[in-house]
Write a protein that binds this ligand. Structure first.
Ligand SMILES: Nc1nc2c(ncn2[C@@H]2O[C@H](COP(=O)(O)OP(=O)(O)OP(=O)(O)O)[C@@H](O)[C@H]2O)c(=O)[nH]1
Ligand SMILES: [Mg+2]
Length: 173
């Protein structure tokens, strides 16, 4: 059981991954492909839980090999909690994938990353309203400065309490 970091290409997944994980990471190719992905560990309630930086995808209907791998990784982890990263300056585009993942029944936490870019562009997002509509936690973040990352971790701990507790319980210390 894992936590998957998912989102469209270029939304800041890897910067968030680096902020959430320690130095110990493993890079591998997805079996039978040249598509690589990185795994690391995040500290949740004092336990170390595996976090995966999944290749970027626009939807769960894959258009290329990397997207195919992203969808397979999701489907192989039925018990995963998914952190969906959305570019706050391109919310509609990111919401498509997020909604597909929520529809499949995964517990989701949304990081509205690039909040600084959205602010520069005068894009205002009603976070509370978005949370109500999606029914999942939504946390604005600026991955490059670290803003919102602590909050994001605390909301991950809240995501579907039963599932996240099971993940933490099974995680090695
Ligand atoms: N201004 C700003 N730039 C950011 C933020 N987060 C990430 N970036 C930048 O956006 C670019 C993409 O970040 P990545 O973390 O590589 O994005 P990614 O989602 O992993 O991209 P792929 O793995 O190619 O799909 C990099 O140049 C980051 O430095 C943010 O919150 N604000
Ligand atoms: Mg990346």
């Amino acid at each position: 059981m894992k936590i998957l970091l998912m989102g469209n290409p270029n939304v800041g997944k890897s910067v968030i991954f680096n902020r959430l994980t320690g130095a110990r990471v493993i890079e591998s190719n997805y079996p039978g492909t040249t598509v690589d992905y990185i795994r690391g560990w995040i500290q949740l309630k004092g336990k170390s839980v595996e976090l995966v930086d999944v290749p970027g995808t626009f939807s769960l209907e894959p258009k290329d090999k990397a997207e195919e791998v992203a969808v397979k990784m999701l489907e192989e982890e039925k018990d995963a909690v998914v952190v969906c990263i959305i570019d706050a300056s391109k919310v509609e585009r990111g919401l498509y994938l997020t909604l597909e993942i929520i529809e499949r029944g995964y517990p989701v936490v949304v990081a509205l990353n690039m909040d600084d870019v959205a602010k520069d562009k005068n894009i205002q997002i009603d976070v509370k309203k978005l949370e109500q509509i999606l029914g999942v936690p939504v946390v604005p973040t600026v991955a490059i400065s670290g803003e919102g990352i602590k909050k994001l971790v605390s909301r991950i701990e809240e995501a579907s309490p039963i599932k996240i507790d099971k993940i933490i319980e099974k995680a090695g210390d």
